[in-house]
Write a protein that binds this ligand. Structure first.
Ligand SMILES: [Zn+2]
Length: 228
């Protein structure tokens, strides 16, 4: 398969398919991913985990809205201990590393590809619990400890399992460790091969992204450190 520039940047939603069994939520994936995801979910069920999707396909505009809210201080930004950090007093350039640790630059999100999925265990969610997607939730004594252990046992030793792998499995100072983020290998590879810094930079220059000047000025460093 080949991915077009529009597909890579999250600008083409044609061809996505809805995942069955997500209740009222509409969760969409690339069609190549669906069968493997359903099989993966069944394997989780065999271990007592009701695998649910927090996020699957996310288009450019959706990522841009999240990004802009974070840059403008309208949406919380967490540190590694799940504490909210106040970045409002920082310059745009100084805000970037805090935001990029957990939030992809629009155009660079693996969620644009329909290949990547954030998962949690619906059966372990207490009534009224608000999902945060922080590592502590998947660690010992976290609500999703069982799922966390299961994913570690499948992914720690092997590169891939059931067609998926975890791209953010080690924290080397860029994007944080995201135990909940799984990626469909074949589909993600096709998109990542088509992704280039020039493509993203020239598209961002045309948008109303918050912090645009700082992003374009620091683009090469952002790319090196935070784009996978
Ligand atoms: Zn994710």
């Amino acid at each position: 398969m080949r991915a077009s520039a529009e597909q890579v940047l999250g600008l083409d939603e044609r061809g996505l398919v809805a995942v069955p069994g997500c209740g009222d939520a509409v969760r969409r994936l690339h069609p190549l991913v669906l069968k493997d995801f359903i099989a993966f979910r069944e394997r989780c069920a065999q271990h007592g985990v009701n695998l649910a999707i927090a996020s699957s396909f996310r288009g450019f505009d959706q990522q841009l809205a999240i990004w802009n809210q974070k840059m403008r201080g309208e949406r919380p930004i967490y540190d590694d201990n799940a504490e909210i950090i106040d970045i409002r007093h920082l310059s745009d350039a100084d805000k970037l590393p805090y935001i990029l640790r957990w939030t992809a630059l629009p155009g660079c999100s693996r969620h644009h590809w329909g290949s990547d999925i954030d998962v949690y265990d619906l059966s372990a969610m207490a009534e009224g619990y608000r999902l945060q997607l922080v590592p502590a939730e998947y660690a010992a004594d976290g609500p999703f400890e069982r799922l966390g252990r299961l994913l570690n046992s499948w992914f720690d030793e092997k590169e891939g399992y059931g067609g998926f792998y975890r791209p953010f499995s080690v924290d080397s100072g860029g994007v944080a460790f995201e135990p909940w983020h799984i990626s469909h290998i074949v589909t993600a590879d096709a998109h990542s091969q088509a992704l280039s810094p020039g493509m993203v930079k020239s598209y961002l220059a045309k948008t109303d992204i918050a912090g645009r000047a700082a992003i374009l000025e620091n683009f090469e460093e952002i790319w090196r450190r935070f784009v996978v």
